[in-house]
Design a protein around this ligand. Sequence first.
Ligand code: ADP
Ligand code: MG
Length: 475
Amino acid sequence: MIITAQEAWDSCLSFIEDNITPQAYKTWFEPIKAVKLVDNSLSIQVPSKFFYEWLEEHYVELLKIALVKQLGSQAKLVYVIRMENSVDDKVPYTEKIPSTNRSDVQSQKVDIPLKAKSPELKNPFIIPGIRDVKIDSQLNSNYNFENFLEGDSNRLARSAGLAVANKPGGTSFNPLLIFGGVGLGKTHLAHAIGVDIKDKYPDKTVLYISAEKFTQQYIESVKKNNRNDFIHFYQIIDVLIVDDIQLLSGKAGTQDVFFHIFNHLHQNGKQVILTSDKAPVDMQDIEQRLLSRFKWGLSAELNQPDFETRISIIKNKLYRDGVEMPENIVEFLAHNIKTNIRELEGAIISLIAHSSFNKKDITIDLAKTIVENYVKNTKREVSIEYIQKVVSDYFQMDVETLQSKTRKRHIVQARQLAMFFAKKLTKASLASIGSQIGKRDHATVLHACKTVDNLSMTDKQFKKYVEDLHKKLTI
Ligand code: ADP
Ligand code: MG
């Protein structure tokens, strides 16, 4: 009897499904497609090299048994890798693996010193030692894998993080880019990977740094004329974790220096871990050559946690804090705070604080009051203050910056968006909006509203800002 690839694979799947957890099955087997069956050799298509490595590492025995059962002892399995997040998904992943002598790598503008002169390194993270230079990794051990709860929303990123921690620089996820919205665990996961590596490989030099601090250090080094020391310092790191790299946007000098540090580390088999609040495709004002580097490894998204995951995050937090809370209140919180784990934690902390200060039990009414402070009530009109906060958070600036007199384009745009939404979502007059948003007059607000209208019709990216903000302000 002749069977098709799909039929053969389906029978393998039903065997596999019986032998692993439903979640593992969903994550690792559902995305696979059977593509070809020739003699005893079955080709399956997997979405990334990461997938392939994961299957080989964790499920090779199971796959073997399933295949032999189905196709006999001569059974063979061939993986076809389709690159994830690739624009053209017909291009096999392997063709995208960089070769070290690409022309853009060679045409470096910066003079990179060949060897680091370690003892002279000038960097605030250096702990002066007598013999060896030690680098303080800036890791927060409270952010570890154990308390980073797993759910559908983070499974890929978490697994990739674990894989990287087991073999830093030794997997194809280099760099590992973790991206996702505010408060969804990027910083936590980034630390967890670093902490785990430090644990497994105490001799490796790990460094966690925010892109903001990195930028400051770089600017400082240029001022003090020790840019080379800055570069040296970063070149001796084995595992470099840069948090919030979207903040490099628009900063050409810092991007340039990061590009060279990245190349150096990558070429030397060092691990780079990055986080961003945007997917690479959505990153603004980041040089193409840098963006293309980000795509070399794996981009894994952290999504909003589903209800079950929110429940387990709450319970875990309560457990760690030694607090008990009635089930209905836990569920109430999980139902009402959906989009941000930091807010979920904030609500729990303030609930506990309220009840212990007032020596009252944690009741559903108390929970309701607290949740109102965290989650906007749709019936209530949003305040202009709130709008400014949301807009400045979205563009990662302070409210002060948004209100300031500067003419920098992105700040002006943020201010105009705040005015636009104030007009749209509140009953305040133009004059009152103007006076609350940086003491401007009514004509400025009117102009802002028109500009936003125009731009959202002509500029796709801008339109997305408007849509995103609208969503955030009206949920
Ligand atoms: P981001 O950097 O994405 O803005 P953070 O890493 O700062 O978010 O996470 C916000 C808070 O939520 C932190 O206190 C973190 O410990 C917690 N958190 C996020 N994801 C998880 C998770 N999967 N399990 C437990 N806590 C989490
Ligand atoms: Mg963060």
